[in-house]
Design a protein around this ligand. Structure first.
Ligand code: ACM
Ligand code: ZN
Length: 765
């Protein structure tokens, strides 16, 4: 008994020692060797600097140590006490790639040597993360040796300050978070339809008029509700300079974005003469979605944009200036005599050619000032100047095409990098635009598209997370949406692929949450929640339910509806308790609840069975990678996609420009009389109902007979059911083809692009 106790004690001690020695840093360093012992900060501890560059890094570290740890340190040029200090210096001969550093932590001293470009700063950020404080005013760092450098040279985060405005202090805090996780580029989205946020001295109305709107959409776009509150704000040039300097001290370059030729309603509200339509009033946007407003490419517009860019370039020293270029509606250009004349005069093919001309003109101006433009992937055309760079957002093809054409590219695809999308089950999350990008999905991202050769891959500079803020009204929610997904992206960009491991990342994340808690960061714990998964069974009878956590925890309690006491699947009836040990099978409609506790929010699962539920289903054409749910089985898993609080990418299969063509094997011949499928329409997200739905049946799976084709017409429900009822018919196989409308019609957001078809849950009766 006594020996066991001692043994247990020893084991606990040993485990604690091991725990202390595990690397806590995000992004994970290239090499980390844990050594026994601790460096303890003393009241006399100081930072010894050996050169100007490391002095700047040390001063910033001193500020951040106070902010994150309430740990005061001073910086000195000469040793004052012989031990318990931090020594920092740059050494360009260090044998390590650019941006790298080495750090040695012993009980006496911490030594950081940076190669170049912020190497010392990165070492200090690692140190900030390693600093532990178990008792008030006692700080310690576990002894270790580190050798570290980044894999990608562009590690970016974007913030939309137009849809919602964030104060200078909030923007600085955002920059602190970027710095802490070794991101090096802040893409500042300063202008859009809903507000112009940067003071331009030559055009004061841009802010006096363009920075304010008299109302804002509330709730989800779908609901079309508005408030009537005056909303706005902007950054003065003095404030911008202060933020640029603040970022520079944190080794972060700010790339400002001035949107053109679309997303300019706020600018046109201030200077309507720059639009295509005479005698009209434009107003600062109140709704989310894409606007028809575009700058008219006449001489006075270019003159205006040159002068704006002059002031922007004077404020921001970045090599790249972002000129937007996404989602340009061509309607106004189509109906403008000046634009049509210009298309003829310049021998352009059409309005897309006119955007190419617009971009080229601006690119040449920016290049004449020694800078380059970067823009969203729509700007990629054959006459784009070689030095212009691309941000690939509509998937990865923009990046692939850019690299092949010799343009540098930053990857920011909607499949992995849109942090305004849901990160957990939508009913557990604050209202978001839609989509579904959980933490692990970000972590599994590889910025280099498989399609590229090693030579072409050199043009992929890195990746960026985007935060569009239509549904993000305050900074607490900015933190929630970005953290921890930004930490996953930082590891994707910094740490070698071979050293990345999600379970290890999740372990380190817990340490990071302690640090972030010290600055009251409203990070999201969604990735630690329980996700119910519904899977096929081996014989396609019933469905298999798995309750997943990131580390496959079992033993927790859940409640399920007792169908012996209730009619099936009616929430609110009598519930029985179960303890989850392993995936289990259900054969009829079923409801399950896992009550909220301190680790996770409430989980709800509701399955409604029909003849198709759990059956084998095959798809002729796969859905798009980012909207592939749990594969074809999503359509027969018993879960009906919901629109509450808005549509979420995990519940739908999305087809970009292609049709749904699925075949369900009922397992045996049965008599059926109705087939239906649910479709989503959300034109602002380019999602359209199919034009028609065709039903065929077969007894043998080879010879199919088409029994009907019906149009799919929007009804008054949020999800439109395509439904076909027919005389009782014998069938084992049922094929549904839903025809995508193909191309988005003129006059709609994204006109000319491929339309999305979104489908969930097939019902067969
Ligand atoms: C974008 O998301 N419109 C670039
Ligand atoms: Zn025009």
């Amino acid at each position: 008994m006594k020996t066991t106790l001692i043994f247990t004690l020893l084991l606990t001690l040993h485990v604690n020692m091991l725990k202390a020695q595990q690397c806590p840093i995000v992004p994970k360093p290239v090499e980390y060797t844990a050594n026994p012992g601790y460096f303890y900060f003393k009241p006399t501890s100081y930072i010894l600097v050996n050169d100007m560059a490391s002095f700047m890094d040390a001063v910033t570290f001193r500020d951040m140590s106070i902010k994150f740890h309430s740990l005061p340190l001073k910086t000195v040029r000469e040793e004052i006490y012989p031990s318990h200090y931090i020594e920092v210096s740059y050494d360009s001969t260090l044998m390590i790639p650019d941006g790298g550093y080495t750090m040695l932590i012993t009980e006496e001293k911490i030594t950081i040597i940076g190669k170049n470009k912020g190497g010392v700063f990165y070492g200090l950020m690692s140190l900030l993360q390693m600093t532990e404080s178990k008792f008030t005013n006692q700080f310690q760092v576990p002894c270790a040796g580190i050798s570290d450098f980044p894999q990608f040279q562009y590690r970016g985060m974007h913030l939309d300050c137009s849809r919602h405005f964030f104060t200078v202090d909030e923007v600085k805090m955002y920059i602190d978070y970027l710095a802490l996780y070794k991101m090096n580029t802040f893409h500042w989205h300063l202008t859009d339809d809903q507000g112009w946020r940067i003071e331009i001295k030559q055009y004061p109305k841009l802010t006096s008029v363009g920075a304010y709107r008299t109302g804002t959409m509330k709730g989800h776009y779908r609901d079309q509700q508005y408030d009537t509150i005056n909303y706005g704000g902007y950054y003065t040039q003095k404030e911008i300079s202060e933020v640029v300097k603040y970022a520079k001290n944190r080794n972060i370059t700010i790339i400002p974005e001035i949107e053109m030729p679309g997303h300019c309603a706020a600018a046109l509200a201030a200077y309507p003469e720059l639009g295509c339509i005479a005698d009209t009033t434009y107003s600062v946007g109140q709704a989310w979605g894409v606007y028809k407003e575009a700058f008219c490419p006449k001489p006075e517009t270019f003159e205006f944009l040159y002068r704006v860019l002059d002031e922007v370039m004077a404020l921001f020293p970045s090599q790249y200036i972002h000129i937007g270029g996404d989602e340009v509606e061509k309607d106004q250009w189509m109906h403008c005599d000046y634009c049509q004349q210009l298309i003829k005069e310049k021998n352009l093919v059409d309005e897309h050619g006119l955007q190419g001309y617009f971009t080229k003109t601006i690119a040449e101006y920016v290049q004449s000032k020694g800078r380059n433009i970067i823009g969203w992937d729509e700007i990629l055309t054959n006459d784009l100047p070689q030095q212009a760079a691309i941000m690939s957002w509509r998937g990865v093809n923009g990046g692939i095409d850019a690299a092949r054409a010799g343009h540098y590219a930053v990857m920011t695809p909607g499949s992995h990098c849109y942090f305004d999308y849901y990160q957990g089950l939508p009913y557990q999350e604050p209202l978001a635009i839609g989509g579904y990008i959980p933490l692990q999905k970000v972590y599994e991202y590889h910025p280099i598209p498989d399609a590229l050769t090693p030579e072409e891959s050199k043009y992929i500079l890195g990746a960026q997370g985007n935060l569009w803020t239509e549904y993000i009204p305050n900074f607490d929610q900015v933190e929630y949406m970005v953290i921890p997904r930004m930490l996953a992206l930082s590891e994707v960009l910094w740490t070698p692929d071979t050293a990345r491991n999600y379970a290890d990342f999740m372990r380190r994340l817990s340490t990071q949450f302690e640090l972030l808690g010290r600055v009251d960061c409203h990070y999201s714990k969604s990735a630690f929640g329980i996700i119910p998964e519904v899977l096929p069974t081996d014989d396609f009878n019933g469905v298999r339910i798995a309750l997943r956590t990131w580390d496959n925890t079992t033993g927790f309690e859940y409640q399920y509806e007792d169908t012996s006491k209730n009619s099936p699947a009616v929430f609110g009836g009598a519930f029985s308790k179960g303890i989850y040990t392993a995936p289990f099978i259900v054969n009829e409609s079923y409801s399950l609840i896992i009550p909220e506790d301190y680790k996770h929010p409430e989980v709800k699962l509701r399955l409604l069975f029909n003849k198709a539920t759990g059956k084998k289903i095959t798809l002729k054409t796969p859905p798009a990678q980012q909207y592939s749910g749990s594969g074809a089985f999503s359509l027969v898993d018993g879960i009906n996609a919901s629109l509450y609080p808005s549509w979420s990418g995990n519940e739908w299969l999305g087809f970009s420009g292609t049709n749904l063509n699925c075949t369900i094997d009922l397992g045996a011949v049965d008599t059926i009389m109705a087939v239906s499928a649910g479709f989503l329409e959300d034109k602002t997200s380019w999602i359209y109902l199919p034009s028609s739905m065709e039903i065929s049946v077969s007894l043998d799976g080879k010879k199919f007979t088409r029994i009907g084709i019906v149009p799919v017409v929007k009804d008054d429900r949020a999800i439109t059911n395509g439904i076909y009822k027919f005389d009782p018919t014998a069938a084992r196989y049922v094929r549904i083809i839903a025809n995508n409308i193909g191309t988005i019609p003129q006059g709609n957001p994204g006109a000319g692009n491929k339309a999305w078809l979104f489908v969930d849950e097939v019902h067969i009766r």
